[in-house]
Design a protein around this ligand. Structure first.
Ligand SMILES: O=C(O)CCC(=O)C(=O)O
Length: 269
């Protein structure tokens, strides 16, 4: 299947993504690239962030979140360092964005690092199952999460756990009654540093407990179809979604294209 970038997403990848609601692509980042992102992340993680914008808006998610045991989450990555710009339109990922979303726009970026003792968060999906479609040979994901593994995500490393086919499931269970792999059909999504998970946000997912000594770090670049209203999703988190002109002026044409909605939004905080 050729797309705008004239790069091929194989029929097998389309098959697997449509069947499961996710695929893992191997060796997208080199070991050197993963290490470079990791080095920057490790410098950013211990810092304090003033989050002055929260005073004006009244509430919201802070830049640095440590509410979960043995876990650090940073929100709004390109606001924190320009190195993260490069992943907005990562050339090897772009064909998949066009193939699985159609008209992709970046909505949100964050990192999660987990240490020994981190626990499950709880099963969730970002959008309802009606936000996945397959019609006339076209895959339609209204929200797609692109997860870059900067470190190995082994089964004991607090890797992501997902429910294959969960984007098409019709019967709800009491999700909170199941922890990680206890949910019928759940699988651990494992991979090496440099691998990338493409996950429809209609798929139920969570993170598994971290029982190993190493720190597991992933970067999350979440995209929506251009018809999705980014600014009304979580009004108090628009700060992390939106990049002001002084940040977007660093962007190349593809990065600008994937953040076009930011030219149309009013956000001054
Ligand atoms: O990486 C993890 O541990 C889980 C991440 C997750 O579920 C999310 O960010 O929505």
């Amino acid at each position: 299947m050729k797309n705008q970038e004239n790069v091929t997403v194989s029929q097998e990848e389309r098959f697997l993504f449509d069947l499961q609601g996710f695929v893992v692509l191997r060796n997208i980042l080199s070991q050197a690239e993963s290490a470079e992102y990791l080095e920057v992340l490790r410098c950013l993680e211990p810092k304090n962030y003033a989050d002055e914008w929260m005073k004006s808006v009244g509430a919201g998610r802070p830049t640095r979140e440590t509410g979960r045991q043995q876990q650090i989450r940073l929100n709004g990555l390109p606001r924190l360092d320009s190195i993260f710009d490069q992943l907005i339109a990562q050339p090897k990922i772009l064909p998949y964005l066009y193939e699985f979303i159609g008209q992709p726009q970046l909505i949100n970026t964050w990192s999660i690092s987990k240490s020994l003792g981190a626990q499950v968060g709880g099963w969730h999906r970002g959008v309802p199952t009606t936000d996945y479609s397959y019609r006339n040979n076209v895959i339609g994901s209204r929200m797609l999460n692109v997860v870059y593994f900067l470190t190995d995500n082994g089964p004991e490393d607090g890797c992501i756990v997902a429910l294959p086919g969960g984007h098409k499931s019709n019967i709800d269970l009491e999700w909170n009654q199941y922890s990680g792999l206890q949910l019928p059909g759940a699988v651990a999504v494992t991979g090496k540093a440099g691998d990338v998970l493409l996950l429809s946000e209609t798929v139920l997912h969570d993170g598994l407990p971290k029982t190993t000594e190493t720190v597991r770090s992933n970067l999350y670049y979440n995209y929506v179809h251009a018809h999705y209203n980014v600014m009304t999703r979580e009004p108090r988190n628009c700060h992390h979604f939106y990049f002001p002109p002084e940040i977007r002026q660093r962007f190349n044409p593809k990065q600008l294209e994937l953040t076009t909605w930011m030219e149309l939004a009013l956000w001054e905080y």
